[in-house]
Design a protein around this ligand. Structure first.
Ligand code: G3H
Ligand code: 13P
Ligand code: ZN
Length: 362
């Protein structure tokens, strides 16, 4: 099996009513954890790298790592996705290094901090779509700015996210604007804002509809029933991992993430890609802290990186099962990007908006 495009994976997920976790990586252990989990469950894979991850790992290292993972697990389709591309240049270099999918996050300006205008977002996203589709590569766009409905703040810890405070109109994707955005940009998948944010500190209590607006997803899905929706900031921040980290010397204040049952509700309403990084970071950190605390004399990195990989693998397996992705890898045959490019050129893969107008009018 070769690398596969996001579009092909999400079309398959939509046809078969499941969701796909998209896991962030920046190193070998994370790559192996995801693939071992997928192999044991026969799950298709989306691996994504942020700009920071690409800089950390080095593009050449990263691309060879993905080549190796695909070679080791030839029966698992792997989509390699650029997470939060900030400009056409970032997306172009991702494609140059073999990514089969890119996110152009035009909700923010190229600095990754300042909220952008709607017209800027449409324009920059459309530029990336024209370039990527010519290469057969998929594009995810984002409409609405990710951030907390509780505080109005974005996340600061990852270097990508607005600074300062926003109001609800900017933090919630407008369903009518979503129809216009998909029509004008021709994106393959749409990331939406409805109260999730990156990192561990998403909610100060178990979220309800006031701070996690799942109804926005349902509204958008009614208007755009054929568009694949993406939930960012969708780690669940498991209590047991918070507890292990704190038990072994960590200092994480009590916090709440996105409950898995809310994601499952989203999957029933068009969510096909669910971004998860924090849960895996916490799994890795909890395992490493435990080894350091229990075996202070240990200094072989494998003694803590192996349990770290196993802990991340357990989280990955759990999400593959919870989102319904297990069992599907062997039913997918990857189509090469050169063939996908021809399908885009023929108009076969254009977004189907016509049904949406009727749905919106209902
Ligand atoms: O976009 C958010 C992901 O958690 C990636 O984070 O930019 O620190 O690699 P990062
Ligand atoms: P979390 O921080 O909730 O894992 O979200 C990751 C993400 O959205 C990456 O784009
Ligand atoms: Zn994100």
């Amino acid at each position: 099996m070769a690398r596969i495009t996001l579009r092909q994976l999400l079309d398959h997920a939509a046809e078969n009513d499941y969701g796909l976790p998209a896991y962030n990586i920046n190193n070998m252990e994370q790559g192996l954890a995801i693939m071992e989990a997928a192999d044991e469950l026969d799950a298709p894979v989306i691996i994504q790298a942020s700009r920071g991850a690409r800089a950390y790992a080095n593009d050449i290292m990263l691309t060879r790592l993905i080549d190796a993972l695909v070679e080791i697990y030839p029966h698992i389709p792997v989509c390699m996705h650029q997470d939060h591309g900030n400009s056409p240049a970032t997306c172009a270099t991702a494609i140059q290094y073999g990514f089969t999918s890119v996110m152009m996050d035009g909700s923010l300006m190229a600095d990754g901090k300042s909220p952008a205008s709607y017209e800027y977002n449409v324009d920059v996203t459309r530029q990336v779509v024209d370039m990527a589709h010519a290469c057969g590569v998929s594009v995810e766009g984002e409409l609405g700015v990710l951030g907390s409905l509780e505080t109005g703040m974005g996340e600061k810890e990852d270097g990508h996210g607005f600074e300062g405070k926003l109001d609800h109109s900017q933090l919630l994707t407008d369903p009518d604007q979503a129809v216009d955005f998909v029509e004008r940009t021709q994106v393959d998948a749409l990331a939406i804002a409805m109260g999730t944010s990156h990192g561990a500190y998403k909610f100060s209590r178990k979220p309800d509809g006031a701070v996690l607006a799942m109804n926005v997803i349902e509204d958008i899905h009614r208007r755009l029933p054929n568009t694949h929706l993406v939930m960012h900031g969708s780690s669940s921040v498991p209590q047991d991992l918070q507890d292990i980290i704190n038990q072994y010397g960590g200092q994480m204040p009590q916090t709440w993430g996105v409950p898995v049952e809310e994601i499952q509700r989203g999957i029933k309403h068009g969510v096909r890609k669910i971004n998860i990084d924090t849960d895996n970071r916490m799994a890795i950190t909890s395992a490493i802290r435990k080894v350091f605390a229990e075996k202070p004399g240990e200094f072989d990195p494998r003694a803590y990186l192996k349990p770290a990989k196993e802990a991340m693998k357990a989280v990955c397996k759990q999400r593959f099962v919870e989102f319904g992705a297990a069992g599907h890898a062997s039913t997918i045959r990857a189509v090469h990007t050169s063939m996908i490019a021809k399908r885009y050129a023929s108009g076969e893969l254009d977004p189907k908006i016509t049904g949406a107008v009727g749905a919106a009018a209902e």
